[in-house]
Design a protein around this ligand. Structure first.
Ligand SMILES: C[S@@+](CC[C@H](N)C(=O)[O-])C[C@H]1O[C@@H](n2cnc3c(N)ncnc32)[C@H](O)[C@@H]1O
Ligand SMILES: Nc1nc2[nH]cc(C(=O)O)c2c(=O)[nH]1
Ligand code: SF4
Ligand SMILES: [Mg+2]
Length: 235
């Protein structure tokens, strides 16, 4: 199976959501069916970056993961782009046979049988500020295949009041999925410094809102990697 890969890096720590702080190697797939207005990973999305993506076999990807992790099993994080537009089934099978765990981040627009072989499926439906519209039938199909995964969680990025209300509606319809919220990062240029105080202020705003509303269901987290390394790539 050949895969279009934008980058493979690590070990680092998972900076977002349910596995925050966990050591991991990232495999970032090239290509996405969405164009979120605020995407922080456009180098893995837009075709003008295609020349920097590598066509690799699953075996070669697996060799790199093993090399980066020193053959010590850890969690491999599949991200992108949308990893679900490709077939990661054989990479997952090879890794699991060696005791590695797999997590996948996807917007929930394309369902794949290999979701069932994951340890963690992170579904991240996109709020209005992204400019994308969620296909809820496709999202449900992802949920159904993800039932086989060890855990399935939802992560929503919040930029403004409209996104917040939207997240509350989505949670009301999917209240069985553990929910993680993270404030959006408005500065995604890897060369630009991030304003840590502005990030903290947006996190404080989001936490304050949920607490004031008595909405105690979500865990609300910063992007830990952004606090440490800013918008640097490959970390
Ligand atoms: C780059 S995406 C790749 C995986 C998949 N396409 C998705 O969106 O779930 C990984 C995660 O980063 C989040 N993300 C992207 N841009 C962001 C930004 N500017 N601020 C906060 N989170 C962002 C996405 O919502 C998603 O949860
Ligand atoms: N450390 C770290 N954590 C992350 N969590 C989600 C990421 C992503 O871009 O998918 C990401 C990333 O790029 N780096
Ligand atoms: S779905 Fe994910 S990778 Fe694709 S454009 Fe949106 S945030 Fe970026
Ligand atoms: Mg990211």
């Amino acid at each position: 199976m050949t895969l279009r890969i934008a980058e493979i890096f690590g070990p680092t720590i998972q900076g977002e959501g349910a596995l925050i702080g966990e050591p991991t190697v990232f495999v970032r797939a090239g290509g996405c069916d969405y164009r979120c207005s605020w995407c922080d990973s456009l180098h893995a999305v837009e075709s003008r970056y295609r020349h920097s993506w590598a066509t690799m076999t699953s075996e070669t990807v697996w060799e790199q993961v093993r090399r980066l992790s020193g053959d010590r099993p850890l969690t491999v994080s599949l991200s992108g782009g949308n990893p679900a537009i490709q077939d990661f089934g054989s990479l997952i099978a090879m890794g699991r046979a060696a005791g590695y765990r797999f997590a996948c981040e996807t917007q929930g627009s394309v369902a794949r049988p290999w979701f069932a072989d994951l340890d963690t499926l992170v579904l991240s439906p996109k709020p209005p500020s992204s400019g994308e519209e969620v296909d809820w039938d496709a999202f449900d199909a992802c949920r159904n295949l993800g039932v086989g995964a060890r855990q399935q969680v939802m992560k929503i990025v919040i930029f403004d009041e409209t996104d917040y209300q939207w997240a509350r509606d989505v949670h009301a319809r999917h209240s069985d999925l553990p929910l993680y919220l993270q404030p959006g990062n408005t500065e995604v240029n890897p060369a630009a410094p991030v304003d840590l105080q502005a990030l903290a202020d947006r996190l404080g705003w989001l936490i304050g809102k949920a607490l004031a509303d008595g909405w105690f269901a979500p865990r609300i987290l910063p992007q830990l990697h952004v606090l440490i390394w800013g918008n640097k790539r490959g970390v």
